[in-house]
Design a protein around this ligand. Structure first.
Ligand code: ATP
Ligand code: MG
Length: 443
């Protein structure tokens, strides 16, 4: 297996070593190289102190952001290299932050503070691979295993619980037995972790190739920060249209997408989150009337709790709201959908609807026939360069102000009326005609 450090990594290691220090590539870049992947970035670790490291790169742009934690970022020909001094973490407080960090002169100390064996390997072009904890063997076996005692490592830093299942999902690995047991038994420690950090790990987890298995096996862990999934598990739909319970339906739908888009994966995961709240039963079987609206309310809470950005939250609310409503293969309808979801959002919705369908009862897995026409009509809309938003509209706010409109709500509403008329093909997107269609506003 060949490890080929980037130009910047080679440069920085050589600089440090010429100055008499020791430096290694470490962590994710070594792991991904051994997996024949291309590392996103190269992190280095060194026995030089942060100040000493800084002194080695007087001619480079450096960012000192992590200085007190021992991290200096050097920029070499546009490549960012994080160089961290060997360190041992002191005692941990609140299962989150070490109370102190101590710099060390020994590589081994640094490797032993790292979370998993596959993340605790270092590499130097001349001295080769340093693998004190069996990282290579675990890579070959497809195992995520804590460095040291799993429970102790999770008590030091609860985020590692989620990192363990995130790496397993992304790499398509399993958890080594003791690590797996500790993930379950320590899951409550996630309560101490900031929502943003949970969100970032969760996003990577659900985009991983092993997401379905991990979500199934560790749903109790997920429920620590997403309790809304608990009622989905084993919820019998009692419906002839469904062969799965709500959670297995969701996981099966997720298994049907190859899309790497977070919005698709989040949308699939949440599309039926409202179902357990809406169950009714009559002689025909189970019904879930209003589950999309209930899902919207829960999704809003979830998105706020995990501090998703507004754009993601707003799109997700729409995707959950409309997951069950067919898109008609008519130009007007598709234009309206583009206006509502944006082009990428509409593509996300169609993918969610397809996956949702396939996860119904055998014999009920097909989208309506006309869905085949949607891409064709969509392409036509693109070719025409159709007006799909206020910025495409042939008149703007200034035109209306010139007609005597006052800036504000009324003007906005008027522009939207024009846009709607154009989208519905009641009026052409022609400046003269649009302006003529407006009555003089009453003073
Ligand atoms: P990727 O960036 O591809 O997700 P990575 O391995 O680079 O994977 P990072 O989160 O960037 O992951 O962390 C870099 C390295 O720092 C890890 O490989 C690991 O050795 C160490 N590390 C990160 N977070 C922790 C933690 N919470 N506890 C212990 N070690 C950690
Ligand atoms: Mg990284």
């Amino acid at each position: 297996m060949e490890i080929k450090p980037s130009k910047g990594a080679l440069f920085a290691m050589e600089r440090l070593e010429r100055a008499g220090y020791e430096a290694y590539a470490v962590g994710g870049c070594v792991r991904d190289s051994l997996l024949q992947g291309t590392p996103n970035d190269w992190d280095l670790t060194t026995n030089a102190s942060p100040r000493e490291t800084l002194a080695c790169f007087p001619d480079c742009r450096v960012i000192e952001t992590g200085l007190q934690h021992g991290t200096v970022t050097v920029i070499y020909e546009g490549e960012q290299l994080e160089i961290t001094t060997y360190r041992v973490d002191g005692d941990y407080k609140d299962n989150r932050h070490p109370a102190s960090v101590t710099f060390s002169r020994r590589l081994e100390d640094d490797l032993s503070r790292r979370d998993f064996t596959v993340n605790a390997m270092a590499y130097h072009p001349d001295r080769g691979l340093v693998d004190r904890f069996g990282g290579q063997a675990d890579l070959a076996a497809g195992l995520i295993r804590c460095v040291g005692d799993a429970e102790r490592r999770f008590h030091e830093d609860g985020l590692r619980i989620l990192r363990a299942i995130r790496f397993a999902s992304v790499l398509g690995f399993s958890l080594e037995e003791k690590t797996a047991r500790a993930v379950h038994s320590c899951k409550h420690l996630l309560k101490n972790i900031a929502a943003e950090r949970i969100r970032e790990e969760f996003n990577k987890l659900i985009c991983g190739k092993g997401a379905v298995e991990i979500l199934r096996d560790y749903v109790d862990v997920i429920a620590e920060f997403l309790p809304e999934v608990s009622p989905m598990v084993g919820f019998d739909q009692q419906s002839r249209f469904h062969r799965f319970d709500v959670w297995e339906h969701t996981l099966f739908a997720l298994s049907q997408t190859d899309s790497p888009r977070l919005n698709v994966r989040l949308g699939i995961l949440l599309h039926d989150v409202g179902k357990p709240l809406c169950f009714t039963k009559d002689e025909k079987g189970g019904h879930f009337k209003g589950h999309a609206e209930a899902g919207v309310r829960l999704t809003d809470e979830i998105m706020r709790r995990l501090r998703y950005d507004n754009a993601t939250r707003e799109l997700m609310l729409k995707l959950v709201r409309y997951h069950d409503i067919p898109i008609q293969a008519e130009k007007k309808h598709i234009k309206r959908a583009i206006l509502r979801f944006g082009e990428r959002g509409l593509a996300d919705l169609l993918e969610i609807q397809r996956c949702d369908r396939v996860a119904h009862q055998i014999g009920h897995t097909e989208l309506p026939d006309w869905y085949a026409d949607i891409p064709v009509i969509w392409e036509e809309i693109r070719r025409e360069g159709a007006c799909l938003s206020l910025k495409d509209l042939a008149v703007n706010g200034n035109d209306l102000i010139a007609l005597g409109y006052r800036p504000g709500k009324e003007l906005g509403a008027c522009l939207n009326r024009l846009l709607n008329a154009v989208i519905d093909e009641e009026l052409p997107n022609d400046r003269e005609i649009l302006l003529k269609s407006l009555e003089q506003p009453k003073a």
